[in-house]
Design a protein around this ligand. Structure first.
Ligand SMILES: Nc1ncnc2c1ncn2[C@@H]1O[C@H](COP(=O)(O)OP(=O)(O)OP(=O)(O)O)[C@@H](O)[C@H]1O
Length: 370
């Protein structure tokens, strides 16, 4: 269940402040997608997001959810239908984890056993063992665990819309990466409409189906897929925000399955070296890949050292990112082995194929823009 959110010409003026904090923003968030609002501090991201659940009332303009004007709804009712997760989780300190997660279902009048079941289900979903965590207080959790509880609470009443304001801002980079991965996994199952605020462009690229790059007063500088923003920033301000290393960032978005694989000379580990040598001689290759009885890669042999196979190191799957592929190619030297679901040999990724894919992406976006 997901909803389309539409902002039409939305402006917010804070009392006593001459310049509007948000000026004439129009943006459509498609149902079931994750849209990231990204921009520098003070540009109005939080104000824009909070107008959606009316924690802040717009001065003018219209916000609709599935075509219904949010101003026509009772604000409390509106907010019960919208999950909200914020930095440092914003948990109630005097309530247990279970009570925190069960807040909205409780307000909605769910019966206790149903709330209790839902709490456990949600804790499971965000990777916390209910038996261990449901009766703890927030202060007895790490920052990352608190963030997980925050996400569980936001999702508890199964709202079609989820607003997340720098939800992973207060944790270390590794925990942050894990929480991002978790959110992406959850979203691939739940397909909520998510509006996510961050000032971290890399986070936006990683988790967004689309990114809205905002300038002062929440002006939308570019609204597109991460691939398109990276390949072709709309102007110098966006380019500055994309920063250096745009091509390297693209490597994280593309998968091995999108690359043309090349093929090694293969042989069975049980084949005699002389036979492997004959095969290599008949080819343009210097290395052969030896496979076990179930076609799984075991080792490489060089034509001039057939008696001394070298074990295959890191292998890739078709789902691996091109960043992983490049890392493996650099470690393995020249090419990395791709395996299928049962570990069987599928092909090789070579560095030229990775470079070619990124270049093609740039050319495609440049053409689309021309
Ligand atoms: N209650 C308020 N009264 C007056 N001005 C406010 C109020 N809340 C925010 N502002 C101003 O509105 C502008 C936008 O603030 P907002 O918090 O939406 O930005 P933001 O992009 O989310 O920033 P950050 O990334 O630093 O959280 C800022 O200039 C801020 O000072």
């Amino acid at each position: 269940m997901a909803s389309e959110i539409r902002l039409v010409d939305v402006t917010k003026r804070y009392p006593g402040v001459a310049a509007p904090a948000v000026e004439s923003v129009s943006l459509t968030v498609p149902a079931g997608e994750t849209v990231v609002l990204v921009g520098p501090s003070g540009c109005g991201k939080t104000t824009t997001m909070r107008m959606i659940n009316r924690l802040i009332e717009p001065t003018s303009g219209r916000i609709t959810i599935d075509g219904v004007d949010t101003l026509s709804l009772d604000p409390d009712e509106l907010r019960r239908g919208i999950g909200y997760a914020i930095q440092q989780a914003g948990l109630f300190p005097h309530l247990t984890v279970g009570q925190n997660v069960g807040t909205v279902p409780g307000l909605l009048g769910w019966r206790r056993p149903r709330v209790a079941d839902r709490v456990d289900e949600m804790l499971d979903l965000v990777g916390l063992d209910p038996a261990e965590f449901r009766d703890r207080y927030p202060r007895q959790l790490s920052g990352g665990q608190q963030q997980r509880v925050g996400v569980a609470r936001a999702l508890a009443a199964d709202p079609p819309v989820l607003l997340m304001d720098e939800p992973f801002g207060a944790v270390d980079p590794i925990t942050r990466g894990n929480l991002q991965d978790e959110l992406m996994r959850l979203q691939s199952e739940l397909r909520k409409t998510i509006v996510f605020v961050t000032h971290d462009f890399d986070e936006a690229v990683k988790i967004g189906d689309r990114i809205a790059v905002l300038g002062p007063r929440s002006r939308v500088l570019q609204y597109d897929t991460p691939e398109a923003v990276l390949a072709n920033p709309a102007d110098d301000t966006v380019a500055g925000f994309v920063g250096s290393g745009a091509s390297l960032k693209q490597l994280r978005l593309r998968r091995v399955r999108e690359v043309e694989l090349s093929h090694a000379v293969t042989a069975a580990v049980t084949d005699r070296p002389a036979e492997v040598g004959r095969r290599l001689a008949a080819s343009e290759h210097r290395y052969a890949l030896l496979l076990d009885a179930r076609d799984r890669p075991v080792s490489w042999v060089h034509e001039r050292d057939l008696g001394r196979p070298q074990p295959v190191g890191t292998t890739l799957s078709l789902q691996s990112t091109l960043q992983d592929a490049l890392e493996a190619i650099l470690t393995e030297g020249g090419a990395a082995v791709v395996t299928g679901a049962r570990g069987e040999y599928v092909g090789l990724v070579e560095v030229d194929a990775v470079i070619g894919t990124v270049q093609k992406l740039r050319d495609d976006h440049a053409e689309a823009d021309a």
